[in-house]
Design a binder for this molecule. Structure first.
Ligand SMILES: Cc1ncc(C[n+]2csc(CCOP(=O)(O)OP(=O)(O)O)c2C)c(N)n1
Ligand SMILES: [Mg+2]
Length: 422
């Protein structure tokens, strides 16, 4: 069972819930279409129409009517609330100087993370850029692994050596976390090539931004992916800004779902987790049958580009608060849960309280994890036996204060207390 669809204690009690008046559903701004009231409501199918129609390029769009369940909606709510809380906590840790280096937050974009995951399995692959914390969590990474990695500690998913931009969990099909804008797109096509070559029947989702969408390497990757019918889904997370640059300043044609020319595409409301799920299921099927497809996710980031960007110099505060009010992905699911009488407002608050506690506990645990041992300095740099050996000259140039050694093996053989001392 995909972990994002787990049962919560709430789903056992929903049938006893007081039915909300219909007016309340209307006030919530969502249109419930059908839900049957049986004794096991958590498993019943609920159908919901996507917030806006899909726009398509060279393909027939999927239906706007999405099937879901009470369980799935509650799972989306909990998972997105956890992501939101984690990102706010990461912001605070950064400001407290416990996180150093780069840090790019995902709050606002959570529906893409959970929606992609809801449509695929862990045998499928996902690869993304540096805005990776929540994608890692969606792929089954833990809060402790994220916070420890951000703080450079051993319990991090990359042993504290990668940091915010390089979260990784190969066992769950998550291939990073990449800092070079756009570079993950050809890498993702390479993963899809391997999947096809090995006849795995799986696909790769390679996620990039609207800024990255203007890079030459993407078009080269589209070409090969289309030529070889690779099972790759090219997900453009269009949050409408690059690094302090609005999309209209950087893109002659901001219809990113059409930018693959001969590659079909769909434009999706990336603030609507159910629309994302629907589009990703459709795209997975398409990619396995026919080859690449682009999904442009229309989304928004609330924070600045990274921690050094206040995020308010190239856009107005009104724009940001308008998106929060009208399109927030967590609030959308809250309204659906309430309008379908799946849980009460108080129960959803309780979930948020539980999530806050989970995040606080994870931070405490991450802080208790030690820093990496100095002997780890040159491990995991190259695949064993496939890369250059770290040698005397490199260490003398880059780390002149570190004791000289001839090969990695010599270095590794040193007692760790002696490392760092001449
Ligand atoms: C090849 C390369 N060029 C420039 C940068 C600096 N840079 C980092 S993020 C970024 C903007 C990318 O924006 P977008 O693709 O929209 O992604 P978002 O940050 O909005 O998620 C730039 C120019 C980089 N990391 N790599
Ligand atoms: Mg962007």
């Amino acid at each position: 069972m995909p972990p994002l669809r787990r049962l919560t204690s709430l789903s056992c009690t929903i049938s006893r819930l007081h039915r909300l008046p219909l007016l309340q559903a209307a006030a919530a701004g969502v249109r419930p279409s059908s839900s049957s009231a049986s004794s096991d409501q958590s498993a019943d199918t609920i159908t919901v129409e996507t917030s806006v129609p899909f726009l398509s390029h060279k393909c027939e769009p999927p239906s706007r009517v999405v099937k879901t369940t009470a369980d799935e909606l509650l799972g989306f709510f909990r998972d997105m609330a956890r992501m939101r809380r984690m990102e706010l906590a990461a912001d605070a840790l950064y400001k407290a100087k416990l996180v150093r280096g780069f840090c790019h937050l995902y709050d606002g974009q959570e529906a893409v993370g959970v929606g992609v995951e809801a449509a695929i399995t862990r045998r499928d692959a996902v690869i993304t850029a540096y805005r990776d914390h929540c994608v890692f969590l969606a792929r089954g990474g833990t809060l402790v692994e994220v916070f420890a990695e951000l703080m450079g500690r051993r319990a991090g998913c990359a042993k504290g050596k990668g940091g915010s931009m390089h979260l990784y969990k190969k066992a769950n099909g998550f291939y990073g976390g990449h800092g070079i804008v756009g570079a993950q797109v050809p890498l993702g096509c390479g993963l899809a090539f391997a999947q096809k070559y090995l006849k795995e029947g799986t696909v790769t989702f390679t996620i990039y931004g609207d800024g990255a969408a203007n890079q030459g390497q993407l078009f080269e990757a589209f070409n090969i992916a289309a030529l070889w019918d690779l099972p790759v889904i090219l997900v453009c997370e269009n949050n409408h800004y690059g690094m302090g640059t609005a999309e209209w300043r950087a893109s002659k044609n901001p219809a990113y779902y059409k930018r693959g020319d001969y590659v079909p595409g769909l434009k999706v409301d990336g603030m609507d987790a159910l629309a994302v799920k629907q589009a990703c299921s459709f795209a997975k099927e398409h990619a396995l049958r026919t080859g690449p497809i682009i999904l442009e996710m229309d989304t928004y980031r609330y924070h600045g580009h990274s921690m050094s960007d206040p995020g308010s110099t190239y856009r107005t505060r009104d724009e940001i608060s308008g998106v929060r009010q009208e399109r927030d992905p967590v609030e959308r699911i809250r309204k659906l849960v309430l309008s379908h009488e799946i849980a009460s407002a108080a129960q959803l608050k309780e979930i948020e309280k539980e999530v806050r506690k989970e995040v606080d506990e994870a931070i405490t645990q991450a802080k208790e994890s030690p820093m990496p041992d100095p002997s780890e300095l040159f491990t995991n740099v190259f695949v064993d036996g496939c890369g250059s050996e770290v040698n005397y000259f490199m260490t003398q140039i880059i780390f002149p204060s570190i004791e000289s050694f001839q090969t990695t093996a010599d270095f590794m053989a040193r007692p760790s207390e002696s490392i760092g001392k001449k």
